[in-house]
Each structure stands twice: as structure tokens, then as C-alpha cells.
Design a protein around this ligand. Structure first.
Ligand code: ADP
Length: 295
């Protein structure tokens, strides 16, 4: 099964065009939606999740017309929103049981089995009786995935789930998501390039409501082969370099300022060739739409 998004557009009442003719085909597995804050990622996620309408365009999941058959879609959707609130004084096991009942699991024996299996899957079984208010950020996110997985969704949407997680928690979360991606369409929205690099077979870069790139991380990096150059400069030279070159990033290393540029041939001027990275692809794709990004 694939998710087909066709010419989707959305302008909010304040005039912001959050989605501008977005078309994407998303196969089974982990799909990354990468873009800076304000790119339109949450708008796209909420539209796919049937939580808000689009102005134009269509979304199909297999034979299902998502925007017309929202009740059907919701039966096979798992959604972890960006702002995922939990009731602090309720235990994980009680809360999951409650959500499972709301989702229509009426038989208490079946419900207990489902909830137990999910708690095992997200590695929270031993902490299941603790109140959610005592959970760390990573534990809350794993709980969020558990609630999203009730009812075995065919489509799982996770909106910026790794922001704020420490490296160990992030790793645990990556493992969990990649396991789920073996049997489900998972759309992961993120502004963290590392998330895409680690997890996603395919990804899209979205900026200003438009799709700037779609493909595999490997193909994306290969497109910049032989085109990325770097050198260290003094701060006072930055402005003239910005005027002269397509600067995609500046970063400090050992107290020195380095710039990275994209240029078709060797620019001379003291630049050295560097291996392109997925960060370069990302900043190159969004730099046309945004002011210079400082790493
Ligand atoms: P992202 O998830 O990539 O940060 P969003 O989809 O949240 O992007 O936002 C895209 C653009 O739409 C932003 O400019 C944002 O300010 C605007 N926006 C989002 N939600 C609303 C809303 N309910 N009303 C008006 N503007 C909105």
C-alpha cells in the first residue's frame, strides 16, 4: 500500500500559504519529512490525519480517498502529534487501557493483552504503573508511540518526535521506529537531519510549503558530489563571500570560522573540496528560501 498526495494546497485565513501544490508518493517504510520550523510539516501531517481540511488536492491511501473517507482513514491511522500532552497523575497502563477502550477494544481480556504487548514493545513494561507525570521526555515519546499503535495502524504519523530527547533516548526511539517501519507506512516529520540519515529509506525536503527534494538520502548526497567547497575565513570576510558565492553553511571549528559553499567547478580562492553530507543537501535546498543558516 502507498500514500499518494496530489497537488495539496492550504492557505490559512491570515494569508500564510502553508502548503503550495504538494505532491508526494510515500511507500511502506520510514519516510522522512525534513524542513525548518514553519515549513508546513505539521500542516501536512494534520491534513493527512484528517484533522484539518485542505483547500485543494487529494490524498489516497491504497483505495481509500483520505479527505472524503476520514472515518475509514482514522481506523487505520496512528498519530503522535507534536504537542502530546499526558495526564500526569494517571499510570501508563491505565491510560493505555482507557485509550484502547475508546478505540473500540471492548473485551477486557483482549485489551489487557494488547496493552501488555504494547508496553513490552516500547520498553515501558516495568514502568507501566508509574504515573505519566514522572516519565522522562523519551519515556513520554515512547508512551506516545504505544498509544498511536493501538489497533495496528497501517499508517503512522509522528510529528517532530525526537526534539528534546537526549542521545541515548533518541537512539532507543530510532530502534523502535525502524522496527515499526518494517510493516507500516511511517511518516516522520523532523527538522533534524540526523533523524533522516539514521532512519529513512526515502525522504522529502519541504520549505515554504513546497517540496524542494524527494528521493533517497544516498541519491541526494550524490547530487552534490564535487560541488561542495570549504575554507576558513575571518568574520569580516563573511559578507563579501556571501555576495560572491552560494554559501550554504557557516560553522565554528576549533575557534575558526569555516564556510561551505556549493559551486559547479573549483572556485579557487583558497577553497578545498569536501565530501558532501546530507546536511549540505538540506541547507542547499532551503538556502534559496531562507536567510543563511548558521550551524
Ligand atoms: P512546521 O510544522 O514545518 O513548523 P507548520 O505547518 O506548523 O510548519 O506552519 C506552516 C506555516 O503556517 C507557518 O508560517 C505557520 O506560522 C503557519 N500556520 C500554522 N498553523 C496556522 C494556523 N492555524 N493559522 C495561521 N497560520 C498557521
Amino acid at each position: 500500500m502507498e500514500l499518494h498526495i496530489e497537488s495539496l494546497s492550504k492557505t490559512y485565513s491570515n494569508g500564510v500559504r502553508a502548503l503550495d501544490n504538494v505532491s508526494l508518493t510515500i511507500p511502506q517504510g520510514m519516510f522522512g519529512l525534513l524542513g525548518p520550523n514553519g515549513a508546513g510539516k505539521s500542516t501536512l501531517m494534520r491534513t493527512i490525519a484528517t484533522l484539518q481540511p485542505a483547500d485543494a488536492g487529494s490524498i489516497r491511501l491504497g483505495d481509500l480517498d483520505v479527505l472524503e473517507q476520514s472515518a475509514e482513514l482514522r481506523k487505520i491511522l496512528g498519530y503522535l502529534p507534536q504537542e502530546f500532552g499526558v495526564y500526569p497523575k494517571v499510570s501508563a497502563v491505565m491510560m493505555l487501557d482507557h485509550i484502547a477502550r475508546l478505540k473500540g477494544l471492548a473485551n477486557s481480556g483482549e485489551r489487557k493483552e494488547t496493552v501488555d504487548a504494547l508496553l513490552q514493545k516500547v520498553n515501558l513494561h516495568k514502568d507501566r504503573k508509574r504515573n505519566l507525570g514522572t516519565y522522562s521526555g523519551g519515556m513520554k515519546q515512547r508512551f506516545g508511540i504505544a498509544q498511536a499503535l493501538i489497533g495496528n495502524p497501517k499508517l503512522l504519523i509522528v510529528d517532530e518526535p525526537t526534539a528534546g530527547l537526549d542521545p541515548a533516548e533518541r537512539n532507543r526511539f530510532y530502534n523502535l521506529l525502524s522496527e515499526i517501519g518494517e510493516s507500516t507506512i511511517v511518516i516522520l516529520s523532523t527538522h533534524i537531519v540526523e533523524d533522516v540519515k539514521t532512519l529513512c529509506k526515502r525522504f522529502a525536503i519541504i520549505c515554504g510549503g513546497e517540496v524542494q527534494y524527494v528521493g533517497t538520502p544516498h541519491e541526494a548526497v550524490r547530487m552534490l558530489d564535487g560541488k561542495v567547497w570549504s575554507k576558513s575565513i575571518s568574520k569580516s570576510e563573511l559578507e563579501t563571500h556571501r555576495e560572491k558565492y552560494q554559501v550554504i553553511a557557516t560553522n565554528m571549528s576549533e575557534g575558526k570560522l569555516f564556510i561551505r559553499i556549493v559551486n559547479d567547478g573549483h572556485p579557487g580562492d583558497g577553497f578545498e573540496a569536501v565530501n558532501p553530507s546530507l546536511e549540505d543537501v538540506y541547507f542547499n535546498a532551503i538556502s534559496a528560501k531562507m536567510d543563511l543558516v548558521t550551524l
